[in-house]
Design a binder for this molecule. Structure first.
Ligand code: MET
Length: 523
């Protein structure tokens, strides 16, 4: 077997503090599209995701829920995995930071870093953000609030272990400057340099004593390992890294990671702390960290109190898995935040999926059945109008590849749908129903349908990375020119009013807000 190039891609591991909403689900679908695409390109892909299960916030949530932290995270991690599976994501490994092998390795890593003098014991005094589990200096606060989440911070002091970040800062600056592809999108690089690296890195507090739910420091067990040191190392423990001996073959093959896909809010942890931990362990740095934008709900950020939180499983009930994959991938631009709303989803479903794609496949199959009893071959009666369809069909894979190289996934999907639109235009141009009326145009008509089936199939093959089930269904129904008798409707059109009625039953808050708005208009 010829050696294929490896491609190791990871997502951030999701906090097990609650059920993930569609914004969190977006990331795993995005990673899945990239992983599937790379596989289709012949890469030997390893795709890792998982859950981040320690920390004070989870300890508090478990207490509120009246269960042990472990019971709490078992439940939420199970729920997250269920949603990742529902979304048909093809991850190879689902790591949990409560997995035994991970906990043991984190303890060894902590000890190794302590023994080699990178970690030392001291005291921490500063402003602490509980939800983010981060200390900040006064100067780092934004309007006196946490710079990461904007919530209030409290003064706090505790005995803690620290990591000597400054020792590695120059090497990291050098690395970032000589590897322009490392931080994506590029705009984020300047933010990291100017706000954190160039002003001088503070040593990082890497243990806590104020709560228990974490991995104990084995030589000083009243401390638990700071959650980011615990969480970030998942990328190496998950593939069998051993800091005190031979690592597994899996690790040797896959490290360094080709891509860490994360949300833009945690770029700092992945492009500063993580590379420095790796340098301290003598390991090569990941090739690329991509901080994707956020997916917002129509009128602002999703929040439970607003009653406007969208959950993947609920959306799947309305639209089906592939439609939801399409919405999140297609609505998310490369750098700016994406917006999603029920109105937009219904519109996309009806126009892009039911009309442009579903109707195209359906019409092509119906015509092949009607005029040729379900089977066409290439009769080679070519006309000038075919040339552009052919060119677009041949060019689309290259365009998709170019977009995927840059991780512009939304643009890649748009290219595929441009091909489907071109197919629809080809039907308008060639008017098969008119050709069918002329006896001497039979071979031309068969060529037209053959061309259509070829182009749709090419599009469907490309679609496999983004909407795998739909791609498979299309290819099965077109059968390389031998089409099915009764095509399955790929996407059922939905009526916005009916959808909104059901949504309002499910989310009473949405209704109240709407009524308030209406009353406002009356006055
Ligand atoms: N749990 C973190 C978050 O959701 C990500 C950790 S990635 C190592 O922000």
């Amino acid at each position: 077997m010829a050696d294929k190039p490896k491609y190791y891609i990871t997502t951030a591991i999701a906090y097990t503090s609650g059920k993930p909403h569609i914004g969190n689900t977006y990331e795993i679908v995005l990673a899945d599209a990239i992983a599937r695409y790379k596989r289709s390109q012949g890469y030997d892909v390893f795709f890792q995701t998982g859950t981040d299960e320690h920390g004070q916030k989870i300890e508090l949530k478990a207490e509120e829920a009246g269960v042990t932290p472990k019971e709490f995270v078992d439940n939420v991690s199970g729920e997250i995995k269920r949603i990742w599976d529902l979304m048909n994501t093809s991850y190879d490994k689902f790591i949990r930071t409560t997995d035994d092998y991970h906990e043991k390795e984190v303890q060894k890593i902590f000890k190794k870093l302590y023994d080699q003098g990178d970690i030392y014991k001291g005291h921490y005094e500063g402003m602490y953000c509980t939800p983010c589990e981060s200390f900040f200096t006064e100067s780092q606060l934004v309007d006196g609030k946490c710079p990461d989440c904007g919530r209030p911070v409290q003064p706090a002091k505790e005995e803690a272990y620290f990591f000597k970040m400054s020792k590695y800062a120059d090497r990291l600056i050098e690395y970032i400057n000589t590897h322009p592809e490392f931080i994506q999108p590029v705009a984020r690089k300047n933010e990291m340099m100017n706000n954190f690296l160039l002003p001088g890195l503070q040593d990082l507090c890497v243990s806590r004593t104020s709560f228990k739910w974490g991995i104990p420091v084995d030589f000083d067990p009243k401390h638990v390992v700071y959650v980011w040191l615990d969480a970030l190392t998942n990328y190496i423990t998950g593939i069998g890294y051993h800091c005190d001996g031979e690592s597994d073959e899996m690790f040797n093959k896959n490290w360094p990671a080709d891509l860490h896909l994360i949300g833009k809010d945690i770029i700092r942890f992945h492009t500063i702390y993580w590379p420095i931990f790796l340098m301290a362990l003598g390991l090569p740095l990941p090739k690329q960290v991509f901080g994707h934008p956020w997916l917002l709900q129509g009128d602002g950020k999703m929040s439970k109190s607003k009653g406007n939180v969208l959950y993947a499983d609920e959306l799947v009930d309305f639209f089906g898995v592939d439609a939801v994959r399409y919405f999140v991938l297609h609505e998310m631009p490369f750098e700016n935040d994406g917006v999603i709303s029920w109105e937009l989803m219904v519109e996309r479903l009806n126009s892009d999926l039911a009309n442009t794609l579903g109707n195209l496949v359906n019409r092509t199959i119906s015509m092949t059945n009607k005029y040729f009893g379900g089977t066409v071959t290439n009769k080679g009666v070519t006309e000038e109008v075919d040339a552009d369809l052919k060119a677009v069909t041949e060019n689309t894979p290259k365009l998709v590849e170019a977009k995927m190289e840059e991780l512009r996934v939304a643009d890649a999907i748009t290219e595929i749908f441009n091909l489907f639109k071109r197919c629809n235009k080809y039907i308008d141009e060639t008017m098969p129903w008119a050709l069918a009326k002329e006896e001497d145009k039979k071979d031309r008509l068969e060529t037209v349908l053959w061309n259509l089936i070829q182009s749709i199939s090419e599009g469907a093959k490309l679609l496999e990375s983004f909407m795998p089930e739909t791609a498979e269904k299309i290819l099965a129904q077109l059968g390389g020119g031998h089409v099915v008798e009764k095509p399955e409707i790929l996407f059922q059109r939905l009526d916005l009013e009916e959808v909104m009625k059901k949504v309002e039953e499910l989310h009473p808050k949405v209704k109240e807000e709407k009524e308030e708005e209406e009353e406002g208009i009356d006055i």
